[in-house]
Design a protein around this ligand. Structure first.
Ligand code: ADP
Length: 443
């Protein structure tokens, strides 16, 4: 973070320094050019007013002009006749100079009375500025001066820029350090006070902190539920194991008579079956926890699956003389066939288990308002309304002994809830004590 802040601050400073320098140089250079042009023009007028550049006078005393010493370091003066012949030049012998008629500033002066032009010399890396003035007698007076180019001006600023940039970079490192310290301190405080919802140092970070806070709570809740689950599993497994161990001890010490032998064997088998059901349900639940990625979703007919489940559980229902029926129409849903089957089986098994002798269980499949619905309705013992919200919890049972007696593990509805969630379906339950229960799953 510190490094990032340092780098960003340095980049911003660098860009600011470079753009400012370039901008100032351009502005300064434009002013400088205007100044040079203005000076040239003024010089030309002064020279004209001096009366030295007069064609009639010149023709009379031509030789004298050769001895005129106008040489200056910065100003070159050239006097040109109307046909382009150079009459006088303070820098070079005029007779050595070629005809100047085609020079742009001369052309412009002939046309408009005065003319400017600017030429660049690569070898000297300088620009020459020319100003030509058409005089009354038809001759042209041209003054010129050399000045530095914009690039050479820019280059002279480079050492200064480097110096400023180094200072700024050092400043950035210090500021970056202070900034990160200032930024981090409240964040560290917030991390320390994650459990306190009223502790907010940065208002802008409130949504982020809330999210972390809720995730933190979720993690704690998940850890707690895992702990509870482990404790419950151990407790559930302990009962049948203790029973099996007890019966084994009886056999070991031959503390039984001939008649109880079958009873003991039955009890051992019953408890072993119970162990097996619990372990199977735990395996199923843990598989479901990782199932979302391994699900094979396809179009399946809810009614066909319901019919198959009803067929398989007919024997169980007949033991209690319960009438088990299935009705409805072909209703397609997108889901995992094995899971949907498991879900319906669990619901129908419960409807039989918690039913009275000669009771009824009806499974119906329908399609309402675009939703595929499966309903399992029984005429059983019902569930107290204050416990309706809890029966989907792992190992929660309304009547422990009845559940155990009938082979329940307390995990059936937890598995159903999981399957419903995987299919993004919705489960509704309504029940009346002594009248029966209706569970509705809509896809
Ligand atoms: P179990 O293996 O004990 O049946 P479940 O998770 O399937 O566990 O159900 C949890 C509890 O909900 C059951 O122990 C039972 O008390 C109650 N229950 C579930 N289905 C019904 C039903 N159809 N009628 C009455 N009680 C039910």
């Amino acid at each position: 973070m510190k490094q990032k802040i340092n780098i960003r601050l340095s980049i911003i400073a660098l860009v600011a320094v470079v753009t400012t320098t370039i901008g100032i140089t351009i502005v300064y250079y434009n002013l400088f050019q205007t100044q040079v042009k203005g000076d040239l023009r003024q010089n030309a007028f002064l020279l004209v007013e001096s009366g030295a550049f007069d064609a009639t006078a010149y023709k009379k005393i031509e030789s004298e002009y050769k001895s005129y010493n106008y040489r200056t370091d910065s100003l070159r003066i050239t006097w040109i006749d109307s046909d382009g012949t150079v009459l006088f030049d303070n820098d070079t012998d005029a007779s050595h100079l070629s005809n100047h008629l085609q020079r742009p500033e001369i052309q412009q002066a002939l046309k408009d009375g005065e003319g400017y032009s600017q030429r660049h010399s690569d070898t000297m890396n300088m620009d020459t500025y020319y100003y030509a003035l058409l005089l009354n007698d038809g001759t042209i007076l041209r003054v010129s001066t050399m000045a530095r180019t914009i690039l050479s001006i820019l280059f002279t600023t480079v050492p200064v820029i480097i110096f400023i940039v180094v200072i700024i970079l050092l400043g950035c490192v210090v500021i970056g350090h202070l900034l990160t310290m200032q930024l981090m301190k409240p964040l560290e405080k917030m991390a320390e006070n994650l459990d306190n919802p009223n502790f907010v140092e940065y208002k802008e970070l409130e949504p982020f902190v809330n999210k972390i806070r809720s995730q933190h709570e979720d993690i704690l809740a998940a850890a707690k539920s895992r702990q509870d689950f482990t404790a419950n599993v151990s407790h559930e497994l302990k009962t049948p194991i203790t029973a099996i161990s007890g019966y084994a001890e009886i056999i070991e010490n031959r503390l039984y008579d001939q008649e109880s032998e079958v009873h003991i064997a039955k009890q051992i088998r019953h408890n072993a079956d119970r162990l097996l059901s619990i372990v199977n349900d735990i395996i199923k639940l843990s598989e479901l926890d990782h199932f979302e990625t391994a699900c094979t979703f396809e179009t399946v007919d809810l009614y066909t699956i319901a019919e198959e489940c009803v067929f398989d559980l007919k024997a169980l229902s007949e033991k209690k003389h319960i009438t088990l029926t299935c009705n409805g129409d072909t209703t397609f849903v997108n889901g995992d066939k094995a899971l949907i089957r498991e879900m319906i089986e669990n619901l129908v098994q419960n409807a039989i288990r918690y039913n009275n002798e000669y009771g009824e269980v009806n499974v119906s499949v329908s399609n309402k308002k675009g939703h595929s619905i499966i309903k399992v309705k029984d005429t059983g013992i019902g569930i107290p309304s204050d416990q309706l919200g809890r029966i989907f919890e792992r190992f929660y049972r309304v009547d422990k002994s009845r559940s155990r007696e009938t082979g329940g593990t307390g995990l059936g509805l937890a598995i159903v809830k999981h399957i419903v969630e995987i299919h993004s379906a919705k489960i509704d339950i309504s029940s009346t004590i002594g009248e029966g229960t209706e569970i509705l799953v809509s896809f």
